[in-house]
Design a protein around this ligand. Structure first.
Ligand SMILES: NC(=O)c1ccc[n+]([C@@H]2O[C@H](COP(=O)([O-])OP(=O)(O)OC[C@H]3O[C@@H](n4cnc5c(N)ncnc54)[C@H](O)[C@@H]3O)[C@@H](O)[C@H]2O)c1
Length: 342
C-alpha cells in the first residue's frame, strides 16, 4: 500500500514551517528537514529522554553527519531549570553557533525543554521537532509554546518560538503505553468539542487509534493550525484551546501525578459544559476508558486557579461549550468557579 504523507503548512507572522505526518518516515529525516543546511559540518544536537526507544534515534542518527546527543531523564519533573542549563552547557562546550541546530525527539517534555533552549541560545537557533507521544503530535507540535517548570509551577518560564519543521512518524506510537495514547486523545476530543462537530462524532465512533492515527493527528492539527494562525500569542481565540484546562491543570497538581494531564483535562471539560454536552463528553471519555471523575480537593483546586496564567485581576477566562462544535469565552470569578465545582 502506498505510504501517503500528509503535510500541513503553518504560516505565522515571523515564521512558517511544514508538519509531515506519515508511517516509517523517521529514516527519511534528511528528505523532510534540511538539517545540514547545505553545510555537511553543521552541528546538530539531538535532545531526547531516556525512555524513548533507541531504534528511533538510530534511524535518525544514520542520516546525520555531525551530531551530539543530550539525553534527559524522562518525566515532567525534569523539565526544569537544571536541565535547561545542562543543554545550554552542552551547546557552549561544543562550540555551537547560531547557524547550528537542535532536533527534539520525544514527547511534550522534551519538546518544551528543547524549545526554550532553541529560543534563547544565541537569541535563537533552528529547532526541528520529532514528537513521539500522541499528546505531543496532536497538540504541542504546533503553536510554538516552549517552557520549563519553575518553583513547582508548571510552564511558568517560557516563550513562543516556532520550529523549522516537524516530523510525525505514527509508527512511534506503537511503543507508547495505551494510557499515554488515551491521554493524548483527550486533546483531540477537546478540539473536536469546541470546533468540529463532525470530528467529535467521528471520535465518538471509537475508531482504532493506532490504525487511524494519521487521520486523527491531521484533523486535530488542522483545527489547531487555524486557531494559532489567527491568534499566535493567545490573546483571544487561542484561549479556547484551554477548554477543560483551567480546572484540569489544578486537578492535575492536587492529584500528585496520580492522573495524567489529559485525564484531568477530560474531567475538567465536564464542569464547563451544558448538560447535553456533558453527557456527550462523558460518553466519549467512558468509551475510551478515560476517567470522568476523581476525588480532588475542591478548595485546593480553587486556590490553584488563582495562580493560573489565564487569570487576570479577579477573573479567569474560562471556556464553556453549550453545543458540540461551539464555544463561549466567559470571565468568571473564583467564587463562581467554586460554585461550579459543587
Ligand atoms: N508546548 C505546547 O504547546 C504544549 C502543549 C501540551 C503539552 N505540553 C507539555 O508537554 C508535556 C507533556 O507531554 P507528553 O504527554 O508527551 O509527556 P512526556 O513527554 O513526559 O512523555 C510521556 C512519557 O512517554 C514516554 N515516551 C515518549 N514517546 C514514547 C514512545 N514513542 N514510546 C514509548 N514511550 C514514549 C516518555 O519518555 C515519557 O515517559 C508537559 O510538559 C506539557 O506541559 C506542551
Amino acid at each position: 500500500m502506498k505510504n501517503e504523507i500528509k503535510k500541513i503548512h503553518v504560516t505565522l507572522s515571523e515564521a512558517e514551517y511544514d508538519i509531515y505526518i506519515g508511517k516509517n518516515i523517521l529514516s527519511d529525516i534528511d528528505k523532510y528537514f534540511d538539517v545540514n543546511n547545505s553545510n555537511p559540518e553543521r552541528k546538530i544536537l539531538l535532545i531526547t529522554d531516556d525512555n524513548i526507544p533507541s531504534e528511533y534515534l538510530d534511524k535518525i542518527k544514520a542520516k546525520l553527519n555531525n551530531f551530539y546527543l543530550f539525553v534527559v531523564k524522562n518525566g515532567e519533573e525534569n523539565k526544569n531549570f537544571d536541565n535547561y542549563q545542562q543543554v545550554l552547557k552542552t551547546l557552549v562546550e561544543n562550540n555551537f553557533t547560531r547557524t547550528d541546530c537542535l532536533i527534539a525527539i520525544g514527547g511534550g517534555m522534551v519538546g518544551d525543554l528543547s524549545g526554550i533552549v532553541a529560543s534563547t541560545f544565541m537569541r535563537g537557533i533552528d529547532l526541528y521537532n520529532i514528537p513521539t507521544t500522541l499528546l505531543s503530535q496532536v497538540d504541542s507540535s504546533i503553536g510554538g509554546k516552549t517552557a520549563i517548570d519553575f518553583m513547582h509551577v508548571k510552564n511558568i518560564v517560557g516563550s513562543f518560538f516556532q520550529p523549522k519543521g516537524v516530523l510525525i512518524d505514527v509508527e512511534t506510537l506503537k511503543s507508547l503505553p495505551d494510557r499515554q495514547i488515551k491521554n493524548g486523545l483527550v486533546e483531540s476530543i477537546k478540539m473536536a468539542a469546541t470546533f468540529d462537530k463532525n470530528f467529535f462524532e467521528y471520535l465518538n465512533t471509537k475508531p482504532d487509534i493506532l490504525e487511524n492515527a494519521e487521520e486523527i493527528i491531521y484533523k486535530s492539527l488542522l483545527l489547531k493550525k487555524d486557531v494559532v494562525e489567527k491568534d499566535e500569542k493567545e490573546k483571544n481565540i487561542r484561549k479556547v484551546l484551554n477548554f477543560g484546562h483551567t480546572i484540569g491543570h489544578a486537578i492535575e497538581e492536587t492529584m500528585n501525578l496520580k492522573l495524567l494531564h489529559g485525564e484531568c483535562v477530560g474531567i475538567g471539560m465536564l464542569y464547563f459544559s451544558s448538560p447535553e454536552v456533558k453527557s456527550a463528553i462523558k460518553e466519549i471519555l467512558e468509551k475510551y476508558g478515560l476517567p470522568t471523575s476523581c476525588d480532588f480537593n475542591k478548595d485546593k483546586v480553587v486556590e490553584l486557579i488563582k495562580h493560573d496564567k489565564k487569570a487576570s485581576g479577579d477573573t479567569v477566562a474560562t471556556i464553556h461549550v453549550n453545543k458540540i462544535g461551539t464555544y463561549d469565552i466567559i470571565k468568571m470569578t473564583l467564587p463562581e468557579i467554586a460554585e461550579l465545582l459543587k
